[in-house]
Design a protein around this ligand. Structure first.
Ligand SMILES: [Zn+2]
Length: 389
């Protein structure tokens, strides 16, 4: 406690009631003693934000970006956005303490480097952590987008308070993250949960971004749904999709959801097919991990209630009855900020872990450690048992 007070992270609040011995001492966490920079990268856009030390996102901004253009294009754009958000804080918080990045690529957990990305160019082995550390002189943590989403939903959203959760993201790609016994399971290298590249079909025409054929992602992802929808439009199988393709030159899973909502049978079938395939792989995962909750995130499940219903039906049909007796399957709750909030959780959890303290931003002489407590600053209050301090 003394160390945390010296670091400016907690401060004495009003004294607590005495239970006979030494009175309890109330301590307030100074969430504004510092801030984080967080980024959530997607295939075609990025969201960058700043959060306080309690993980509350103070400001964020979104920009279009082509992640396939590689880090030399994407990283300067990320840092320019970060610089402007930090400048907008105008010293209202302490210094930058940590950086969290969520990226839709496999990330080697010890180095934070993407490894052999399946879909995007220029990222293999790229030193995201080094690039950001050099620019901002703050510790950096990087993880894949599904792990970040799982952490965000776990701390603030649908899976709050649960100990065994599988979070599945069905968007441009497909991935899963498992929280087992209250811990995010990353595996030996950090690739645990990469269900998108499980082999599910012998059809050689289903070429995946990873270079193989027959992966779940090549059959059921948003990209696969869009591909099949464009084929249906061109071959005249769906009037709705043909009209949408003519108006927009390409289709997305969102267009397929809209067409299905307007009664297009072909679109409804494409979504049902995707939900069944994802549900079948998910059932295997449920059999392995025995979660109490499955959280479904990403753009494709937003296409309509039918998607979630088909996933539920498939998982219940193909999982062990004991595993599904109390199993809940729900949509993610945090919406488009889920990954960003998860990136903040990742950075702050590392920062406040035993290994993280003390960290550079709070080293003696750093302005962050000299910020005076601000009256009226929102804070979380923890009470230590009497006599501890
Ligand atoms: Zn693949």
């Amino acid at each position: 406690v003394s160390e945390l007070i010296d670091l400016g992270l907690i401060t004495d609040d009003q004294a607590g009631p005495s239970s006979g011995g030494r009175p309890a001492r109330a301590l307030a966490f100074r969430a504004h003693a510092g801030h984080t920079l967080v980024a959530d990268l997607h295939a075609t856009h990025m969201t960058v934000g700043v959060s306080d030390l309690a993980g509350t996102v103070a400001a964020h901004a979104q920009e279009s970006v082509d992640i396939d253009a590689g880090p030399d294009t994407v990283m300067p754009q990320l840092m320019a956005l970060g610089d402007s958000l930090i400048a907008d804080l105008q010293g209202r918080t302490g210094g930058l303490c940590a950086i969290g990045v969520s990226i839709p690529l496999p990330v080697e957990k010890h180095t934070g480097r993407p490894v052999a990305p399946t879909s995007f160019h220029g990222w293999d082995g790229y030193d995201i952590r080094g690039t950001l550390q050099q620019r901002y002189a703050a510790p950096v943590w990087v993880d894949n987008d599904v792990n970040a989403l799982a952490l965000g939903e776990w701390r603030y959203g649908a899976s709050r308070g649960q100990q065994d959760v599988i979070t599945v993201k069905v968007g441009t790609g497909i991935g899963a993250a498992t929280i087992s016994d209250g811990r995010l399971h990353r595996g030996a290298q950090g690739t645990a949960g990469y269900i998108g590249h499980i082999h599910v079909s012998d059809d050689p025409r289903l070429v995946c971004g990873c270079g193989r054929t027959g992966c779940l992602e090549a059959m059921a992802s948003g990209m696969a749904i869009a591909r099949d929808a464009e084929l249906a439009a061109r071959t005249g199988r769906s009037e709705h999709l043909r009209a949408a393709l003519e108006a927009r030159t390409h289709l997305t899973a969102h267009d397929v959801g809209s067409a299905a909502a307007r009664g297009d049978q072909v679109s409804a079938e494409l979504l049902t097919q995707s939900a069944r395939q994802v549900g079948t792989v998910l059932a295997a995962l449920v059999n392995i991990c025995n979660p109490s909750l499955v959280v479904l995130g990403g753009g494709v499940p937003e296409s309509g209630d039918g998607y979630l219903a088909t996933i539920r039906e498939t998982v219940y049909r193909f999982s062990l009855p004991l595993a599904t007796r109390h199993l809940q399957i729900q949509r993610a709750r945090l919406g488009p900020l889920g990954g960003l909030r998860g990136a903040a959780v990742m950075a702050l959890d590392h920062l406040f872990s035993g290994d993280g303290l003390p960290w550079p931003a709070f080293a003696p002489g750093n302005p962050a450690s000299q910020t005076a407590p601000q009256p009226g600053t929102p804070s979380l209050t923890y009470t230590t048992p009497g006599g501890l301090a």
